[in-house]
Design a protein around this ligand. Structure first.
Ligand SMILES: C[S@@+](CC[C@H](N)C(=O)[O-])C[C@H]1O[C@@H](n2cnc3c(N)ncnc32)[C@H](O)[C@@H]1O
Length: 279
């Protein structure tokens, strides 16, 4: 397969869907899960988003990775759902808080085991032990945007390009993935996000890493009742936006793009069996 063929197969039309993630306020989703200081992180994922991806795309006992772990939302939800987990985070303050949040998740009854390593996710093979090769069932992650103390991927002040940074992160994930692994990258609609200027950055990063985009989901950060979407969180920029089902009007900001990729090693990379047949 040529590079062009590989790229176009990775960019084939994905399934579209919608997840409702705001049936309860984000304050309720977060209550009791984070140690003091975690709220200083400006871009925490919504816990119900991480949990939805983990439950949908992994099984108890699987290993879940977040290479851009922040204060550990993916890790907390993985442990709570009985998955083992590992995170990588560049900023030492967030590493310390993520580790403390993981301990809290275990004290609260989470049965998974987890840890967080400090390091640069654009060089994952240098950060993660080689014993993890081929063991990760699921990656759930989200790239940073725009603030200091936000690592090295797509941080405006450090002038790293989002697509290039995420291509490096996802490429570093590949050797760790099981053959059937799923990679979920979420992107908040935010006025300062580099993705606003480069809306195809994440699909391009996935394709650049050789992953196949199988699903592009809109995660609606609002409740749905009486035929309308109703913002449920004062923390959401949607608080003032009227959400309508019809066509997601462009002023609607209470959503997250959720890109789901599958790790599908191409047939020419899979060894034939004893009869020369490829699975
Ligand atoms: C959107 S935040 C993730 C938040 C996380 N999901 C949570 O809920 O806490 C992205 C994180 O990536 C980290 N980061 C940025 N560049 C990095 C790099 N090169 N290596 C590791 N972490 C990095 C930032 O410091 C930031 O904490």
């Amino acid at each position: 397969m040529t590079d062009t063929q590989r790229r176009s197969s990775c960019m084939s039309v994905p399934q579209r869907s919608v997840w409702l993630l705001g049936q309860r306020p984000v304050t309720a989703q977060r209550r009791g899960k984070y140690v003091h200081g975690s709220a200083a992180h400006p871009q925490r994922m919504w816990p119900d988003l991480a949990a939805a991806a983990i439950i949908r795309y992994s099984q108890p006992g699987d290993l879940v990775l977040d290479p851009l772990a922040g204060v550990g939302t993916t890790l907390i939800e993985a442990v709570a759902a009985g998955r083992d987990t590992i995170g990588v985070e560049y900023e030492p303050d967030w590493v310390r808080l993520a580790q403390a949040n993981l301990h809290r998740a275990n004290r609260a009854g989470g049965t998974g085991q987890g840890t967080v390593l400090a390091g640069d996710a654009t060089h994952l093979p240098d950060v993660l032990p080689s014993a993890l090769r081929g063991r990760v069932a699921l990656v759930v992650t989200s790239p940073p945007h725009g603030r200091p103390l936000q690592g090295r991927v797509a941080n405006r002040s450090r002038r790293v390009d989002l697509a290039a940074g995420m291509t490096a992160v996802l490429t570093g994930c590949l050797p760790l993935l099981r053959p059937d692994a799923t990679v979920v990258v979420t992107l908040r609609c935010h006025p300062n996000h580099p993705a606003v200027e480069a809306p195809d950055a994440i699909p391009a990063a996935g394709a650049g890493a050789g992953l196949t985009l199988i699903e592009h989901t809109i995660g609606v950060l609002a409740d749905a009742h009486d035929g309308r979407f109703v913002p449920t969180s004062p923390a959401s920029p949607s608080a003032t936006a009227a959400l309508r089902w019809d066509g997601f009007p462009s002023h609607t900001s209470a959503y997250e793009d959720i890109y789901v990729f599958r790790h599908q090693p191409s047939a020419d990379l899979v060894a034939p069996d004893q009869h020369g047949v490829r699975p």
